[in-house]
Each structure stands twice: as structure tokens, then as C-alpha cells.
Design a protein around this ligand. Structure first.
Ligand SMILES: *Cc1c(COP(=O)(O)O)cnc(C)c1O
Length: 380
């Protein structure tokens, strides 16, 4: 079955008792036991809940994994994955990663004896040279946030597997519709389901999918033990969001490519970062490992004073953090999403005081361009 068909049928048929097409919301904490030593398969909603289970099955299937679990947020999903590893473990992590991932490693897991090499994961030599005796996992984002660099998932997973190191891919930016890291050899996929999976800026959630049943079981144990589950209402919203993932991703991606090309022609714009542009250094790898470019792009405006101008003048495009919803959002990473990354690191990465990140929505692209145009141009 084709992926876009699977996407539409997520959760359908999950309620054999009633035949409900839309999986019901089982707003329920506990379940009656049929008899001593017997279970319906559901005992207590931290451990299993039918609504959550339906969306977990759906995401697992879309990512091509053996088992998957949904969490209270993307950060809860990241945290559950990091709890797989012992104190003293070393990690290799994409340097321009999500700001919250940087923060949890730097300020929470550092206290548990984790060490991290933040590296440019688009540079294979740098990844290889960062491997230490105690390296437990390589955690990558591709495209990266916010500079849209591309890492070669297959090459990294191959290098890691030879040394018994896990490869973990945060697949939030592309979603399984465009990229399926487990099929390229990754061990674990993480999502902020808040973004493209749910897609409507109306719920915060996360997911982890494991390539093997064994690793999936360890994630399930951590989820049940630490309790960072997604509730039934939010599980339903996530499931409902996923059903239109294919349509949304196609539109996000088409809009983003048109806008990226348009921005390149604007005198107020110095540089555009989008993996679908012919001159993007990662385009060949992107074309080989993904079936689309996604809806995220960044651009440098010509001078810092244009940043407050654009952010205050946009009308249709909302100045807000987050990404991946149907509405277009623009943000200023240096101050908003990447404030916890030290200034010298931001400078090295290119997260400058001229960089704007744009989550391109599914509006009519002409309206979006018109809004950007009036926001960028000086009314003489
Ligand atoms: C938003 C985001 C996260 C964190 O997810 P929350 O749902 O906000 O906790 C992690 N990784 C990436 C790439 C993100 O964009």
C-alpha cells in the first residue's frame, strides 16, 4: 500500500466493537479485569490506552519501525530516548539542533554524567573523528534547525552500527511522508508531533519509533516507568492531524520552494537556506534519502535592522515560535528558539542577528509572497 493511503487510514478499524471509523477517545484511567489473572489487554492508561495505542500503531507503521510510543511532548520523547543510556555515556549531536535538545543535554543530562560533542553532522569526517570509546549514540537532525544542513543518514548509521553505536534521527522537519530514517539504518526516530504530524498548532506531543522490537520494548518500559505518556484527547488530535499529512506536506514543500526562489531574487535578502535550491550543498544527499524538501526555510536579511521591521510588519504570517502547522510562522532564532545556545556557538553556526526562520504554511503562495514583499520593502 502506498504511504499516502496508509496515512489516510491511520486508526481506522481500531474499534471492532462499534466499527467507528474515527478511533474513539477513551477518556479513561482504568479498566475492569474479566477475572483474576485476566486482562482485556488494558489495565491502566499509563500502561496502555486504546486511543494512544491507535496513534502509536499509525506512527510506527508510517516510519517502518517495530514499535513506537507517543509522549506528552517532543522533549519528553527526547528525554525517554536519552534515558536508555548509562551515566558516563558520550553522544555526538548535530550542533544546530533544536534549542530544547541542546538545553536538556547541556543542563539536565550533563548532571547525570553524559558528555556531548556538538558537531556539524553534514560533515562525515567530523562525525567519524568525534567517536570515542564510550560513544553510545549519534543524534542527528536533518535538515538542521535553523540552517537546513543535510546529514547523510545511511552513511552515519553504517559507521555507527560497525561500532555498536545507536543512530537516532529527529525526523520532525520532514515527517515520515518525506523521510523514513529507520529504513536507512537508523535505530530510533524521534518526533515533535507538535509540528507536522499533528499539523494544526493545536497540541503539544512527541513520538519515538524503534527499528527493533527489543529497543522498542526498552522505550515502552521507560515510558511506563516515568509516565510521560500522551493523554487520550491529545492522542486523538495527533491521529486526526496525521490523516492529512500527505496533502499538507506536499503543499508546505511546494510553497517553500517557490518562496525560497523568490527570496533569492530580493535585494534585502543576503542568503536563503533551503535544501530544494539547486545551490544547496546538501541537495544531492537530500534527493537520495528523502522524497521532498519540507516546509522549513531560513534566510539572512541584508542588515539587522530589517529583522524588527519584518517581524513587526508581517500581517498574514504570524510572528511566533514553533513550526509545522498549516499557518505560516516566522521567528528570529537568535532570540527566540536558540536563546539557550551560547552566543559564540550561535556565531560559529551562523545563527546570526540577521537570520529569520520561516515555517511556510499551506496558504496560497501568492498571498505569502505579497506579505513578505510588503514586510521587506521600505515604504520610501
Ligand atoms: C519542537 C521540536 C522539538 C521539541 O518538541 P516539543 O513538542 O516542543 O517538546 C524537538 N525537535 C525538533 C526538531 C523540534 O522542532
Amino acid at each position: 500500500m502506498k504511504l499516502s493511503t496508509k496515512i489516510v487510514h491511520c486508526g481506522v478499524g481500531s474499534d471492532p466493537r462499534t466499527g467507528a471509523i474515527s478511533t474513539p477517545i477513551y477518556q479513561n484511567a482504568t479498566f475492569r479485569h474479566p477475572a483474576l489473572g485476566e486482562s482485556t489487554g488494558y489495565d491502566y492508561s499509563r500502561s496502555q490506552n486504546p486511543t494512544r495505542e491507535a496513534v502509536e500503531k499509525a506512527i510506527t507503521d508510517l516510519e517502518g519501525g517495530a514499535a513506537g510510543y507517543v509522549f506528552a511532548s517532543g522533549m519528553a520523547a527526547v528525554t525517554a530516548v536519552l534515558l536508555l543510556y548509562k551515566p558516563g555515556s558520550h553522544f555526538i549531536v548535530t550542533e544546530d539542533c533544536y534549542g530544547g535538545t541542546y538545553r536538556v543535554l547541556d543542563q539536565i543530562f550533563a548532571n547525570l554524567g553524559f558528555t556531548v560533542s556538538f558537531i556539524d553532522s553534514s560533515n562525515l569526517t567530523e562525525v567519524q573523528e568525534s567517536i570515542q570509546k564510550n560513544t553510545a549514540a549519534i543524534l542527528i537532525e536533518t535538515p538542521t534547525n535553523p540552517l537546513m544542513k543535510i546529514a547523510d543518514i545511511k552513511a552515519i548509521a553504517c559507521m555507527a552500527a560497525q561500532r555498536d553505536i545507536h543512530t537516532i534521527v529527529d525526523n520532525t522537519f520532514l515527517s515520515p511522508y518525506f523521510q523514513q530514517p529507520l529504513l536507512l539504518g537508523a535505530d530510533l526516530v524521534i518526533h515533535s508531533g507538535t509540528k507536522y504530524l499533528s499539523g494544526h498548532n493545536d497540541t503539544v506531543c512527541g513520538a519515538v519509533v524503534a527499528r527493533t522490537a527489543e529497543l522498542g520494548e526498552r522505550i515502552r518500559f521507560i515510558q511506563n516507568s516515568t509516565g510521560s505518556i500522551l493523554g487520550p484527547q491529545d492522542s486523538w488530535l495527533l491521529l486526526r492531524g496525521i490523516k492529512t499529512l500527505a496533502l499538507r506536506m506536499e503543499k508546505h514543500s511546494a510553497n517553500a520552494l517557490t518562496i525560497a526562489k523568490w527570496l533569492q531574487t530580493q535585494p534585502q535578502v543576503k542568503q536563503v537556506y533551503y535544501p530544494g535550491l539547486e545551490d544547496h550543498p546538501g541537495k544531492a544527499i537530500q534527493d537520495a534519502q528523502a522524497s521532498g524538501y519540507g516546509g522549513m526555510l531560513s534566510f539572512d536579511v541584508a542588515c539587522p535592522s530589517l529583522v524588527p521591521q519584518v517581524l513587526s510588519r508581517v500581517r498574514l504570517i504570524q510572528f511566533a515560535e514553533s513550526l509545522g502547522g498549516v499557518e505560516s510562522l516566522i521567528t528570529f532564532p537568535a532570540v527566540q528558539t536558540h536563546a539557550d545556545v551560547p552566543p559564540e556557538v550561535r556565531d560559529r553556526l551562523g545563527v546570526s542577528d540577521c537570520l529569520l526562520r520561516f515555517s511556510v504554511g499551506i496558504e496560497d503562495v501568492e498571498d505569502l509572497i505579497e506579505d513578505l514583499q510588503q514586510a521587506l520593502h521600505n515604504e520610501g
